[in-house]
Design a protein around this ligand. Structure first.
Ligand code: CA2
Length: 147
């Protein structure tokens, strides 16, 4: 059976490509999904790609990954900087998680320099724009194939 990777996206990422292209690029979330899905196919993974604006929904999906996914890629967006609940969920499920940010959060406002997710992530990809999702998938593939 093909292993599944969850790709979870947090609040406002549904606006990608429509607003602030100078910060987040011109790709839409659908463009990113198509590319991640294509890369997943060559790597032999099923990609389950989702977006929500609701913190608790992200927590539920992280928990769902425990039984349904070999690994997860997450761009928690603004919840990165606020969510103890996401930190706890990722820690609890024990599924390898890669944290992705389109922008280099460390080159931006101070409040974006702290992540509640980073300490429980297996790895972090920041500042590569939409390509960061593919980089994350490449990295996750190596981890997952060792398990
Ligand atoms: O750089 C990233 O990927 C972020 O996770 C994006 C979040 C931000 O809060 C994080 O600090 C860094 C914001 C996502 C909002 O996306 C928008 C896209 C287009 C227009 C407006 C917002």
């Amino acid at each position: 059976m093909t292993a599944t990777i969850f790709v979870l996206n947090g609040p406002n990422l549904n606006l990608l490509g429509l607003r602030e292209p100078e910060v987040y690029g011109s790709d839409t979330l659908n463009d990113i999904e198509d590319r991640v899905r294509a890369r997943g196919k060559t790597l032999g993974f099923e990609i389950d790609f989702r977006q929500t604006n609701v913190e608790g929904q992200l927590v539920d999906w992280v928990q769902e990954a425990r039984t349904k996914a070999k690994g997860l890629i997450i761009n928690p967006a603004a919840y990165t900087h606020t969510s103890v609940a996401l930190h706890d969920a990722i820690k609890a499920v024990g599924v390898p998680a890669i944290e992705v940010h389109l922008s280099n959060t460390y080159a931006r406002e101070d409040f974006r320099h702290h992540s509640y997710v980073s300490p429980v992530a297996h790895g972090i990809v920041v500042g590569f724009g939409a390509y960061g999702y593919e980089l994350a998938l490449e990295g996750l593939a190596r981890i997952v194939s060792k398990n």
